[in-house]
Design a protein around this ligand. Structure first.
Ligand code: NAD
Length: 271
């Protein structure tokens, strides 16, 4: 599948005139989302902690679409830095129409071994950051009459996954937060979640290594164990996840609100 080429699913003007802020954009699903939205004609601001990665990504985005792209260096765990950074961004590049809340997942391991302090950083970079960004951006979305807020969470929202209890806890909180807001936000602003399954990014590689170190299982066996749970019998391409995220961002998706859409190759057994 060539999702940025011959098999690209959207028109090159589908998001023209829309300014997107993609968080956690330097790698994985975030980077794929930035690419697909650039290809759809959006002006993309890519955010993460590494300036050089973001500048390199912006160069790629420029090759893909006709929008204007820019980096925003931001550590989502530094909650108090978010407001001033966004204020400068909006002054320089105008209001944000589409917010993609995304950041690196928490480390794995048994929940009982986690201290209370272990919860702080993941909750800051996911829940606290998403809440802060939404509070800052929602008023202008309402003013311009268009807003899309999309969280990249996990299928553990529906079925908690063994041995990543801290992640399961955080993901449940994120999903409830988003569902609550879907009843509060202005009618022109939708909020939805995308739930990745086993997706071919660095995150999955680091989970496999931590299982290998903890259990002695080979990386191949870990991988085979995962694939045995997935009817499509392969990893998801991050661009497939990005395609679902872009779909939820389209003007024509305004009727979809408060859903959690799994992109998991059919792994979830629940309805
Ligand atoms: P990834 O680790 O490849 O990328 C995470 C991105 O977040 C990177 O750009 C990273 O630099 C950025 N980031 C991390 N900490 C940050 C911080 N403090 N401030 C700003 N940016 C920060 O992850 P991914 O595989 O693309 O997954 C995206 C999300 O989906 C994660 O929350 C992940 O746990 C979740 N998820 C992934 C999978 C999978 O199989 N890949 C499955 C289920 C859920």
């Amino acid at each position: 599948m060539d999702l940025l080429g011959n098999d690209y699913p959207y028109s090159s003007t589908a998001l023209s005139g829309k300014h997107v802020l993609v968080c956690g954009a330097s790698k994985g699903i975030g980077a794929a989302t930035a690419k697909m939205m650039a290809k759809a004609g959006a002006d993309v601001t890519v955010s993460a902690r590494s300036h050089d990665d973001l500048v390199h990504l912006c160069e790629e985005l420029t090759q893909l679409g006709s929008g204007q792209h820019a980096p925003l260096v931001l550590d989502l765990e530094d909650t108090s830095s978010i407001q001033p950074a966004i204020q400068i961004l909006v002054e320089q590049r105008g209001p944000i129409h589409i917010l993609v809340n995304n950041a690196g997942g928490p480390p794995g391991g048994p929940l009982l071994s986690n201290s209370v302090e272990d919860f702080e950083a993941p909750f800051k970079r996911h829940l606290h950051a998403a809440h802060t960004l939404t509070q800052i951006l929602a008023p202008a979305m309402e003013e311009v009459g268009f807003g899309r807020i999309i969280q990249i969470i996990s299928t553990s929202v529906k079925e908690p996954i063994p041995n990543i209890g801290l992640s399961n806890t955080l993901r449940g909180a994120m999903a409830s937060w988003a569902k609550s807001l879907s009843r509060e936000l202005a009618p022109c602003i939708t909020i939805n979640n995308v739930l990745p399954g086993f997706t071919d990014t660095g995150r999955l590689g680091s989970l496999a290594s931590s299982i290998h170190q903890r259990t002695g299982k080979s990386i191949e066996d870990v991988h085979e164990g995962w694939m045995s749970q997935v009817p499509i019998n392969r990893l998801i391409d991050p661009l497939e996840t990005a395609s679902a995220i872009t779909f939820l961002a389209l003007p024509a998706s305004g009727g979809i609100r408060g859903v959690s859409l799994a992109v998991d190759g059919g792994r979830l057994r629940s309805i």
